[in-house]
Design a binder for this molecule. Structure first.
Ligand SMILES: Nc1ncnc2c1ncn2[C@@H]1O[C@H](COP(=O)(O)OP(=O)(O)OP(=O)(O)O)[C@@H](O)[C@H]1O
Ligand SMILES: [Mg+2]
Length: 277
């Protein structure tokens, strides 16, 4: 995977511009948490480091605390599954990691740089260059073919895969000229996976990617995600309501009421084909 050097330069410049007084950034604390949350083989600096991250929607009596004091390290290249009841903060976390939303307080670092201090413009660049999103309902453009849906990404990424390469990777090499309405739900979702991976993102954020699919098609989608994770080293976060999907992850994070309740390392991972729900 290519190093996000340009992002780093943009982030460093943005942080310098925005820091009110140089040298006042709070250093990363909670070393003990970093240790306890890191998988055994994680020697390197985490890709994301979250410290005391809170997200509150609204104000006063109607305020909703979607995330409360979240401390979490996400290791480069890992495949992580996020579980938790409806409303526990899973999508909020993904949106903050992907730069679609901002934390109310706390720090989010990406490769050591403070995302929470970026301007809107720098955050948009971060998202475009380094983040692939996959949602429950595909979000494909109906009037464009599979190939054209994926090609859209090529216009905003620096060094994209070709649409054909990306579609072949998810097993849709023979369906490139089909429109979304001519594809099954699982195939449409795999086009969405191809679109997300075409820019070879450092981060792949998947919000209930199998939520609308039956088991068989869901498994194909999960296999495609795992393939991308392994081939390109894209750090992959999968939010799901299917507890069994957690068995394919390296680590499993459980949310409850906006808190991280637990982070577990899977000692034995199970391939998607062995999952059921
Ligand atoms: N834009 C918003 N305005 C107000 N409250 C919001 C907003 N987005 C989310 N929330 C609230 O924040 C909390 C966390 O929402 P979030 O979408 O992160 O939950 P989730 O774990 O993804 O749930 P689900 O499994 O149902 O998708 C919920 O109580 C939700 O109602
Ligand atoms: Mg959600």
């Amino acid at each position: 995977m290519r190093a996000p050097t340009r992002l780093k330069a943009a982030i460093v410049a943005a942080v310098r511009r925005l820091s009110p007084i140089k040298g006042t950034q709070t250093p990363i604390a909670h070393k003990s948490l970093m240790m306890s949350f890191a998988p055994p083989d994680a020697a390197a600096e985490p890709l994301f480091a979250l410290r005391g991250v809170c997200k509150t929607y609204g104000q006063g009596e109607t305020a909703v605390r979607a995330l409360v004091d979240v401390d979490l390290d996400i290791t480069k290249g890992e495949l992580m599954v996020l579980l938790g009841p409806s409303g526990s903060g899973k999508s909020t976390l993904l949106n903050i990691l992907g730069g679609l939303d901002r934390a109310t307080s706390g720090q989010v670092r990406f490769e050591g740089e403070l995302l929470t201090a970026l301007s809107e413009h720098a955050l948009t660049l971060f998202r475009r260059r380094h983040v692939g999103f996959i949602f429950q309902f595909y979000n494909l453009i109906p009037s464009l073919t599979a190939r054209e849906n994926v090609e859209l990404v090529g216009e905003i990424a620096d060094d994209p895969l070709s649409a054909v390469e990306a579609l072949e990777l998810v097993g849709l090499g023979k369906r490139i000229d089909h429109f979304p309405s001519q594809l099954s739900g699982g195939e449409q979702q795999r086009v969405a996976v191809a679109r997300a991976i075409a820019k070879r993102p450092a981060v792949l954020l998947c919000d209930e990617p199998t939520g609308a699919l039956d088991v068989k098609t869901g498994v194909r989608v999960l296999e495609a995600l795992q393939e991308v994770n392994e081939r390109y080293g894209s750090t992959t976060m999968i939010v799901t309501h299917n507890a069994d999907v957690a068995r394919m992850a390296q680590r499993v994070v459980r949310f409850g009421d906006g808190h991280v309740r637990s982070v577990e390392v899977n000692t034995e991972r199970v391939p998607p084909s062995e999952l059921v729900w």
